[in-house]
Design a protein around this ligand. Structure first.
Ligand SMILES: *Cc1c(COP(=O)(O)O)cnc(C)c1O
Length: 220
């Protein structure tokens, strides 16, 4: 089933859009099914779960972190991931930069824009993101311990697709504005999940994060 699901998605997804398999709450056997079907990028949202799965999966898997990350959990996550998609506060951004410097690493991150209507969703405002990108532009990104590679956003959990469309249009505009300012290495727009990824692709997604449409419903 997982192989079939991946085939269906890959057929519809433009080849330049990366597919991230959101494997949170699913057992390693199911991740291995996706791996056998050629999937190499997986994303997790809880530090313990990520740390437990990494050693059980082949070493050519690329791991992304997509959940809320507390700074006291950095060492459970940062050694294993190639991209932190969910940087949602100045405090976290600073802590990741500090960890990367201390460990001789350069870490790729996305800034999460607070996009949906839900108050509970994490993320920066547009103004905050612009100010972070401006200060990064003045320093050489290549000399930093973190590279801001783009933006991540989650649309509202709603049946109102016009609203989802407006939200994706808003993050697309912000992404294009920052890109147009000449920010070096800024090339990832991570939007779209199981219910809404075709809309995200129409709004310039370069990366989609899909769980349920690949693995089926999560067991909590
Ligand atoms: C769980 C999750 C997804 C995947 O959601 P599905 O609806 O299962 O595709 C995508 N992005 C984030 C940030 C998530 O937490």
């Amino acid at each position: 089933m997982i192989e079939k699901n991946l085939q269906i998605i890959r057929k519809k997804l433009p080849p330049e859009v990366s597919l991230v398999a959101v494997s949170k709450f699913h057992p390693v056997e199911r991740l291995m099914e996706a791996y056998a079907a050629g999937q190499r990028i997986f994303a997790e949202s809880r530090p313990q779960e990520l740390a437990a799965k990494v050693p059980q999966m082949p070493s050519d898997v690329q791991w992304h972190f997509i959940g809320h990350l507390q700074t006291n959990k950095l060492k459970m996550v940062l050694p294993y991931v190639s991209l932190v998609q969910s940087v949602d506060s100045f405090h976290l951004l600073d802590a990741i930069a500090k960890w990367a410097r201390a460990n001789g690493r350069v870490l790729d991150v996305l800034l999460e824009l607070h996009l949906g209507a839900e108050q509970t969703k994490q993320g920066f405002t547009e103004e905050e993101i612009l100010s972070i990108c401006q200060s990064h532009c003045h320093s050489e990104q290549s000399e930093e311990s973190i590279r801001i590679r783009g933006l991540m956003g989650m649309a509202s959990n709603t049946e109102d697709m016009a609203q989802v469309e407006r939200e994706f249009a808003r993050i697309e505009a912000l992404y294009n504005k920052i890109k147009a300012s000449g920010m070096e290495g800024f090339d990832i727009l991570s939007i779209g999940m199981s219910g809404d990824w075709p809309i995200a692709v129409r709004h310039g997604a370069t990366m989609v994060r899909i769980g349920t449409d690949i693995f089926g419903p999560r067991e909590y």
